[in-house]
Structure formats: structure tokens, C-alpha cells
Unconditional design. Structure first.
Length: 444
């Protein structure tokens, strides 16, 4: 956690942090850089006596940038390091900086170095979060007049979390399509624990020569980590703690960002034009989502996935999502999920049948041997999907099935595909081969 290495983390634990909105503590961010700054500034202050106190700022800059390089120079770390560097330069020269100017200057320097940072999720989340905290934290904190010192600290931390959530909400919905409802409460436990982990990690390294002290710190560090993980898992298990599969597109992102900016301008400047713009954005969001709901309710799609060794067919009828497969779909889970998110459907229902009708069209999965089959009348189907268990018939397949289009899926081997190409060529039929052209999609 201190260095941002998540390679040894269990997938279920990473998922728990993501679903509870606490995954930001796993990635090296401004929180980590802030702890490094406080820790290093304190110890360097002990080393440099009063007369030479200002000399501590130079090694402090080296420590911060060294930490940024060691942790991989992620956008959030670079942003925080640049801002702290500017603050240190201000402390060295005895000048106080303007926070908004510092934020803007750090963003400008990063974009001059690499303009593509603007497309990085970490860059976008980092700057929206810090800008929202600076702008809204005091406003939110002043809503409650808490006199108890401990409760005041808790409320201030909650205000920071709420401000960050407000700023990052549009980007989070756009990229992750989920909303952790308890993230502010989780942050009350996770953020202090994460800070303690970073402090203890540095102390453990510094006290490494003294085995007894180092082992004691490692023992305490282990307790803090277990408690933090247990807390996150407990919140994840609360029913309906996270809203998932939220339909949120580019238009929604622009409108919600405009809405957020308008509300911020209204809070800061009290301009009624900003309030009018905010209400207009709310109306536009309502109209867009109503239109999208209508389109989703009236969609009819057949998708034959390109999955080697498996026959996997998605049938989308409005919000209903049916998957036809005679296997476990293990290789196709991510493709099914991606299509579900793209078309905004319900959770898929898996069936092992052969035939399904959608919007007056019938599809048939042929996945058994048909040699020697004789029928009085060909079976009528619009889409004939041939799987790997099917053998090459001796006669014309049109005598068995009356179809409009035939699809050879990727459960067929290369040898079978070659045989099917030769077979259909003699009857002047042109099938669709998913192994050659990719997944087959048709909107009915």
C-alpha cells in the first residue's frame, strides 16, 4: 500500500475495496504524498536545529520526488508532489501561495510534460477531487456546528470525503458505472487506517536495525491492516451498499460536469445565471435518460460471440438478456458482461436450449449430428447457428432447415471450418464465420 504495489492483493479483496469506494487508498495518491511530507518534515526538523531550519526544505524536496519516482510517477502522485514542492518553495521564500493557482499551475506543468495526461483517469479523478475539496470542504463542514473535539474531527473528515465524492461523481459513473452509497462512512475508518499504515511502514524501515522495535511495529502494522480489510469486507457485505450497472454515457458526463461547475459557481459567486444553467442541465439529463430508457426497452439484438471452443449466443429483448450455451461460458463471461453494460440490460439468464424466438424472428443452435436426417418439411428458422458438434450432412442442408442466414461459430475447429467452407461453396451459400470476421451482431 505504501508503494502502490497491488500485485499480491487477493482479487476478492480488491473487489471489496472497489465496491465500497475505498480503492483510492490502495493506489498511491495525494494522501500518501501528504503523509510522506508530514513524516519527513518532522524528522528533518529534528535533524536541522533552529538556525539551519530552512535547510531542511532542500532534502525534503529530494524525499518527495524520490518517493514519486519509486512509486511509478502516477498522475495523482505527480500532482501532489508538484503542489507540495510549490508549497515548500513558498515556505523557503517566506511567501504564501494561492491554492487555486497552485492546482492550476501543477496541472499546466503536467500537461506541458505530457499532454496525454488529460485522458488519464487518475489525472482526472485527482484534480476533480482536490479542486472539490478546496472549494466545498469548508462549506460542508460549516453546515454542522460540532463542539466536541473528537466529533469535530470526524465531521471534518466526513466533509472532505463528501466534497471529494461530489467532484469525482461524474467521472466515477462514466468509467465504472457504479455508485458506492456508503463510501463516506467507509472513509471514516479506511483513511485514518491507511495513514497509520504508511506511518508505521516508514517507522518499520527506519527502525530495521533494532529488531525488537521493528518487530513490534510490524506486529502493530499487521493488526491495523487486518482491521482495515475486515472493515471493508463488512461494508461490502451490507445488502444494496453499491448501485451497479448504472447507465451513464458521454452526454451524461458533460451535462453532470456542467451541472457540478454551475453549482460551484453559484456557491462561490451567488450568480443566478449559474443556477439557471444547473436547472437546465438537470432537465437535459432527464430528457436524455428518458430517451435512452425508451430505446433500451425496444431493442432486439442477437449476438453470436467469437469464443474458441464454445457456442455462446446472447439474445437481447428489451431489458431481458438471455444467453444460450451448452457449456459453462467461462471464456465468454467478460464479453457477456461488456455487452450487458453496453446495451444496459438486466443480469443475463443462462439456458441450455437450442431454439429461441425474438421479435418474430427465430434462431436455432445446431449442435448435434444430422447425417442421415430426413424431414418431410424443412424446419423454419431465420438464423441457423452451427456449433462444433455438428457433422457435415451428406446432402443439401437446406432440405433440413429453411433459413435466411447461417453462422458458423468458433466452437468449430480449424479443420471443421475448412470443411464447412468447402461444403457451402458447392451450394452457393455464404455463411458468416465468427472465427474469420469476429462476433456476429444483428439488430432486429
Amino acid at each position: 500500500m505504501t508503494l502502490g504495489d497491488k500485485s499480491h492483493l487477493d482479487k476478492n479483496l480488491k473487489g471489496a475495496y472497489s465496491l465500497t469506494g475505498a480503492s483510492h487508498v490502495l493506489a498511491v495518491s495525494g494522501l500518501h504524498v501528504g503523509v510522506v511530507f508530514i513524516f519527513s518534515n518532522f524528522f528533518l526538523g529534528l535533524i536541522f536545529i533552529r538556525k539551519f531550519k530552512r535547510w531542511r526544505y532542500l532534502p525534503l524536496l529530494f524525499v518527495l520526488w524520490g518517493y514519486a519516482f519509486v512509486t511509478g510517477m502516477s498522475p495523482s502522485v505527480v500532482r501532489a508532489t508538484i503542489m507540495f514542492s510549490m508549497m515548500i518553495v513558498g515556505m523557503m521564500t517566506g511567501r504564501k501561495g494561492v491554492t487555486y493557482n497552485t492546482i492550476a499551475a501543477s496541472a499546466l506543468l503536467m500537461l506541458i510534460y505530457n499532454p496525454l495526461y488529460i485522458t488519464d483517469i487518475g489525472f482526472q479523478l485527482s484534480y476533480t477531487a482536490v479542486f472539490s475539496i478546496v472549494l466545498l470542504q469548508d462549506k460542508i463542514s460549516s453546515l454542522l456546528n460540532v463542539k466536541n473535539v473528537f466529533l469535530k474531527k470526524v465531521w471534518d473528515l466526513t466533509a472532505v470525503s463528501i466534497a471529494a465524492q461530489i467532484g469525482t461523481l461524474p467521472i466515477t459513473l462514466y468509467y465504472f458505472h457504479q455508485l458506492p452509497l456508503l463510501s463516506c462512512i467507509v472513509s471514516l475508518f479506511v483513511v485514518p487506517a491507511a495513514s497509520a499504515v504508511i506511518y508505521l511502514s516508514f517507522l518499520m524501515v527506519i527502525t530495521a536495525p533494532a529488531d525488537f522495535i521493528s518487530d513490534a511495529i510490524a506486529f502493530l502494522l499487521n493488526i491495523v491492516l487486518k482491521a482495515m480489510n475486515a472493515t471493508v469486507n463488512a461494508f461490502e457485505n451490507i445488502p444494496h451498499s453499491t448501485v451497479q450497472n448504472i447507465s451513464f454515457e458521454g452526454t451524461d458526463l458533460i451535462l453532470l460536469l456542467t451541472l457540478s461547475a454551475s453549482v460551484c459557481f453559484y456557491i462561490k459567486l451567488r450568480r443566478h445565471s449559474a443556477l439557471v444553467l444547473a436547472l437546465s442541465c438537470i432537465l437535459a439529463l432527464a430528457i436524455c435518460n428518458t430517451g435512452r430508457y425508451y430505446n433500451t426497452a425496444n431493442q432486439h439484438v442477437i449476438a453470436v460471440h467469437n469464443v474458441q471452443g464454445e457456442s455462446v449466443i446472447n439474445v437481447i429483448d428489451g431489458f431481458q438478456n438471455t444467453v444460450i450455451s451448452q457449456g459453462d461460458c467461462s471464456k465468454a463471461k467478460h464479453k457477456i458482461k461488456r455487452l450487458q453494460n453496453k446495451l444496459k440490460t438486466d443480469e443475463p439468464e443462462y439456458i441450455a436450449g437450442n431454439s429461441l424466438e425474438i421479435n418474430g424472428k427465430r434462431l436455432y443452435l445446431l449442435n448435434y449430428k444430422i447425417s442421415g436426417t430426413v424431414t418431410k418439411k424443412p424446419l423454419r428458422t431465420d438464423y441457423l447457428i452451427i456449433g462444433g458438434e455438428t457433422d457435415i450432412p451428406s446432402g443439401n442442408i437446406s432440405n433440413i432447415f429453411d433459413f435466411c442466414e447461417v453462422i458458423i461459430d468458433s466452437s468449430n475447429s480449424k479443420r471443421q471450418i475448412k470443411q464447412w467452407k468447402q461444403y457451402f461453396a458447392q451450394y452457393n451459400i455464404t455463411p458468416y464465420f465468427t472465427s474469420d470476421k469476429g462476433a456476429y451482431f444483428v439488430s432486429i
